[in-house]
Write a protein that binds this ligand. Structure first.
Ligand SMILES: Nc1nc2c(ncn2[C@@H]2O[C@H](COP(=O)(O)OP(=O)(O)O)[C@@H](O)[C@H]2O)c(=O)[nH]1
Ligand SMILES: [Mg+2]
Length: 371
């Protein structure tokens, strides 16, 4: 029914737009402090375990995973003895500088998480110097990992008072910490770290970051809504279709809008989800009058051909697209929140349709979870 639209291709195009602008995050710290655990807690797809590492230089490897638009940079050689480390550290600094020289935000390190294990309660002079060197090259967030207490104790104060041009000192616990069977500290600080990172990143890389992270749903909703607005405004200009016009353009614009929302919601809503659920929206027969506008199916639905069918005014098109965006964002939100576990694609489709009908009757439709 939607044979003229290649949904897989539309998804790939939207993903590539975001993927091109992926941020580079350098994660540094001694072995065992909790770097991998932290990366896996903040981003979708367990990049630290399953990501593919590409050596970028002698001492830097970047880890990436399909569907998660972020690159995690890891250092090598810092497990070595003290003397060997001095040289490695200098080489790493040189490599960071080299990347910076290109003056291209997508090639350089955009932010560094310098991880220190809070449980150790101490930091050596040589490590302080090392952080200082990095902080002169790139924005550094000092991350105190495995923090159990958020009391401002001496260790925390001593880290904060270090003479290093860091951006922030953040305390996190990436996974629950168990004392006994019945005593547990919940993870904390992840959303806060994620937000500070987001603020530091260049504007152009923020959308990819929002897509890759999984700890801040609010940002996904807000960003998806902005993306929908941009798509709707863009297509409104060309939305009045004189009789005889092809509806494929409107249809592709709507599909593109939904693809861009899907990408922002992230990996769990990959291409398969998009192709199987979204393609279904326009192909369901006998549903509301509004939804038959989707994906160029209007002409078929009215049964009178293009002349009558293509006279869609911009305002009508905008209203439909807006209601569709809100419906889709609301359903994606519920999916992320785990409220729709075990629902089939067919049931999800039904839910989008019901939401759409509801939003069509709203004067001023907006996603539920909007800031
Ligand atoms: N409970 C708990 N354990 C953690 C946390 N972060 C790290 N760990 C543990 O510390 C160990 C080393 O963590 P890992 O992430 O592999 O450290 P890395 O070498 O810096 O990548 C693992 O056994 C983790 O389970 C945390 O936030 N909570
Ligand atoms: Mg690790």
């Amino acid at each position: 029914m939607n044979s003229n639209i290649d949904f897989g291709d539309i998804f790939d195009k939207e993903y590539q737009k975001v993927n091109k602008m992926r941020p580079n995050i350098l994660v540094v710290g001694k072995t065992g402090v909790g770097k991998s655990t932290l990366v896996n807690a903040i981003f979708s797809g367990k990049i630290a375990e399953t990501g593919v590492g590409t050596p970028v230089s002698k001492n830097l490897t970047k880890y990436e995973r399909e569907g998660v638009p972020v690159s995690i940079w890891d250092t090598r050689g810092l497990e070595l003895k003290e003397e060997a480390q001095i040289q490695t550290k200098q080489e790493i600094i040189d490599e960071i500088r080299e990347l910076k020289k290109e003056n291209d935000i997508i090639k350089q390190i955009n932010v560094c998480w310098y991880c220190i294990n809070y449980l150790g309660k101490r930091i050596e002079e040589s490590e302080i110097e090392w952080i200082q060197q990095i902080a002169h090259e790139v924005p550094v967030i000092i991350v105190l990992t495995q923090t159990q207490s958020k009391k401002d104790d001496e260790f925390y104060k001593s880290i904060r008072s270090m003479e290093i041009p860091y951006k922030q000192v953040m305390r996190v616990l990436a996974e629950p910490f168990y004392f006994d069977d019945d005593m547990m500290i919940k993870p904390h600080g992840l959303k806060e770290l994620s937000d500070v990172t987001f603020q530091i990143l260049p504007e152009q890389l923020r959308k990819a970051y929002i897509s890759a992270q999984k700890v801040d749903l609010q940002k996904k909703i807000n960003t998806a809504w902005i993306a929908a607005g941009t798509a709707i405004t863009g297509s409104a200009a060309s939305a009045f279709l004189p009789p005889g016009a092809d509806l494929a353009g409107v249809a592709a614009a709507q599909a593109g809008m939904l693809a861009s929302i899907t990408v922002i919601f992230g990996l769990e809503f990959g291409k398969n989800f998009f192709v199987s659920v979204v393609a279904g929206i326009g192909s369901r027969a006998g549903i509301t009058a509004g939804i038959t506008y989707f994906f160029g199916s209007l002409a078929k639905a009215t049964g009178v051909g293009y002349v009558a069918a293509s006279g869609i005014e911009a305002a009508v098109n905008t209203g439909i697209s807006t209601a569709l965006a809100v419906a889709y964002i609301n359903v994606c939100t519920r999916l992320v929140e785990g409220r729709l576990n075990n629902k089939s694609n067919e049931e999800i489709l039904e839910m989008i349709n019901n939401e759409f009908t509801k939003q069509r009757n709203e004067k001023n439709p907006k996603p539920d979870g909007l800031d």
